[in-house]
Design a protein around this ligand. Sequence first.
Ligand code: SME
Length: 168
Amino acid sequence: MYDFAPPDGCSPEERYALLNEAVAAITHGEDDAIANMANIAALLGEFIPDTNWVGFYRVIGEGDSRELVLGPFVGRPACIRIPFGVGVCGAAAQSGAAQLVEDVHAFPGHIACDANSRSELVVPVLRAGQNGDEVVAVIDLDSPSPARFGPADQAGVEALAALLSDRI
Ligand code: SME
């Protein structure tokens, strides 16, 4: 049995450090991407409070036919396919940069998978490829609270994405 949980009252920095230790431990020596993403989604749900959807979209296809396809998550059923450049996830996939959105209703093209979502953090997972870094997936965190996520969350999830690069 795995029993990972953050102690009450820890700072965001401590929380992400503990989360990423748990992720490193649970994915160590395992190369099945789906299994790793499923366990990481469960850990995100346990470690990151005030979230209503946490999980992955994977990059499927090549070149101009690339799109995001739903991966393991914790939350309500979500849209399955997202074109590059569309919505918050599509912007992260296309730009290769994290998207920290305080008010999803103000984000052009935001895709409302859960009407309760008010703010969102999406971080791309990059892997070195033949043409430089390529986005292989995005990590998506949604919150029912406006402006839930800040720089500490972005830094913590970016560290998670770096850790996952060769594990998903
Ligand atoms: N809101 C996202 C879509 C994914 S769901 O939130 C799970 C977006 O605009 O990309």
